[in-house]
Design a protein around this ligand. Structure first.
Ligand code: TXA
Ligand code: MG
Length: 318
């Protein structure tokens, strides 16, 4: 059984023994281990059942640490770090040899971010090594935004879940890399493309392939509830013609009625994208426990964090 606690010294002791701890970040909970320990890294891949070709993000406590791990850092990377760290932005940079190949799946680049959570920042400051941390969920399933979500997945395998409350951003970091000096978006996330482009100008958007997630682990099926889930343009229209019973619904703002609906999750009554993103995975987790026949989610407007939410909903429904 995992201990669920906010005791940083316990977390530190476990990590120093090359074991794993679930850590809170502002995006989602991470499954963390010593970034320089092959034993800890292997344990992360084993625990998550994650394929070894999908590289991990290295978490550090301050931008100043980047130069220990990465080289040839483009000017625009500094500008992004300055604007968004600590926060929900991951930078993919040329790696230095201290970063184990197991972390980067053999690539010559490493993904790095400074998370914005007081407990985890204090933990990172207390350690003599950075932490690698993928989201703390089995490969392909819904990411955890609360300590209980992590416990639901790993309570028999993890010694400690560091409880930092509910994640405030609620979806994973935005990932930006550089190809031929040009900024490239590898994953939509908690910082919108509009916010990124306001700092560094136009960003190239990479299309993610299903089989070889050449850049990022954006495998098409991901973040998926166990319950069959579909994404539609209008839940209201769908419900009018639906013959399925016991349906769960996810919408942005709108309340939907229908006798087939058992439970509805409205992600933000005020129509606030940030609030909607923060509620998304928690809503998916809740619906997934309700023994429904079907979850119907409504597509968000394709702007701002609506794009990132649509990305996750699309992958959840493949
Ligand atoms: O918000 C987050 O980023 C969370 C929290 C815990 O920090 N972490 C997270 O990790 O989402 P994970 O492992 O679920 O997703 C990491 C993503 C994958 O899509 C992976 O392919 C990509 O980062 N990635 C890692 N290293 C990369 C690299 N060198 N080049 C391109 N993509 C990389
Ligand atoms: Mg993940």
């Amino acid at each position: 059984m995992s201990i669920i606690s906010n005791d940083i010294s316990k977390a530190k002791a476990i990590l120093e023994k090359e074991d794993l701890v679930a850590i809170p970040t502002e995006t989602v909970y991470g499954l963390a281990g010593n970034a320089f320990s092959e034993k800890a890294i292997r344990k992360i891949f084993d625990t998550k059942k994650r394929p070894l070709f999908n590289p991990l993000i290295v978490h550090i406590h301050a931008a100043a640490v980047v130069s220990e791990l990465a080289k040839d850092i483009p000017e625009k990377a500094y500008q992004l770090a300055q604007a968004f760290w600590p926060g929900s932005l991951t930078l993919v940079l040329k790696k230095k040899s201290v970063v184990p190949g197991l972390v980067t799946a053999g690539k010559d680049t490493v993904a790095i971010r400074v998370p914005n959570h007081p407990l985890t920042l204090e933990l990172l400051r207390s350690l003599s090594f950075p932490l690698v941390a993928p989201s703390a969920n089995p490969f392909g399933s819904i990411s955890p935004t609360r300590a209980v979500h992590v416990a639901g997945y790993f309570e028999n395998t993890l010694p400690l879940i560091l409880d930092g409350g509910n994640c405030t951003s609620g979806i994973e970091s935005t990932i930006i890399g550089f190809e031929n000096q040009e900024p490239v978006l590898y994953r939509l996330g908690a910082i919108s493309l509009e916010e990124i482009e306001a700092v560094i100008g136009k960003v190239i958007i990479k299309n993610h392939k299903e089989s070889a997630p050449e850049a990022p682990g954006m495998l098409l099926k991901h973040y998926a509830p166990k319950t069959r889930t579909i994404l539609v343009d209008s839940v209201k229209d769908f419900i009018q013609h639906a013959e399925t019973e016991k349906i769960g619904v996810i919408t942005f703002q709108q309340k939907i009625s229908g006798t087939q609906i058992i439970h509805q999750e409205i992600l933000s009554e005020q129509g606030d994208y940030k609030e909607a993103a923060a509620n998304l995975y928690d809503a998916m987790h809740r619906l997934d426990t309700m023994k429904l026949n079907l979850i119907v989610a409504e597509r968000f407007p394709e702007e701002n964090l609506g794009k990132s939410i649509n990305d996750r909903l699309t992958r959840a429904t493949k």
